[in-house]
Design a protein around this ligand. Structure first.
Ligand code: 4NP
Length: 153
């Protein structure tokens, strides 16, 4: 299963989603079955490591995001991945606009895999305090478990 997580900057939400799902997949003993990556619809932070606040919040839960580097979504992504998941509706709309007609990737929202939650979007924490980053982690764990269970079928 090849999954690309997408947000705006690729420094807060989508690298957190990538790190959390990788962590959960390894924990479940299926890490080798998952090819995971993340990217941004914007180009503001290309080449940067995840936001310090995201890294700190993830580290508190045993997840190291320090090796990840921000990049922008590109046309090949729609051919290279089975599933491309936006963190919010704006990300999903941007992905729908970029998707080449011939591409096979399925598009959706990450929180489609957490139907038990009322919210459908992972809120952008960039201009928030630390609590916003904790919320992102909570949501990523919830949807990440849902994604793994869905694939396990
Ligand atoms: P992300 O958060 O999309 O979760 O990575 C953001 C990071 C940077 C900006 C916006 C959102 N920015 O405007 O620079």
């Amino acid at each position: 299963m090849r999954v690309l997580f997408v947000c705006l900057g690729n420094i807060c939400r989508s690298p957190t989603a990538e790190g959390v799902v990788r962590h959960l997949a390894r924990e479940a003993g299926v890490g080798r079955q998952w090819h995971l990556d993340s990217a941004g619809t914007g180009n503001y932070h290309l080449g940067e490591a995840p936001d310090e606040r995201s890294q700190r919040a993830a580290r508190r839960r045993g997840i190291d995001l320090s090796a990840l580097r921000a990049r922008q979504v590109c046309a090949e992504d729609f051919h290279r991945f089975d599933l491309i998941l936006g963190m919010d509706h704006a990300n999903l709309r941007a992905l729908q606009g970029l998707r080449p007609a011939s591409a096979g990737a399925m598009l959706g929202l990450f929180l489609d895999y957490a139907p038990q939650l009322k919210q459908r979007e992972v809120p952008d924490p960039y201009f928030d305090g630390e609590q916003g980053f904790e919320t992102v982690l909570d949501l990523c764990f919830e949807a990440g478990r849902g994604l793994l269970n869905h694939a396990a079928g």
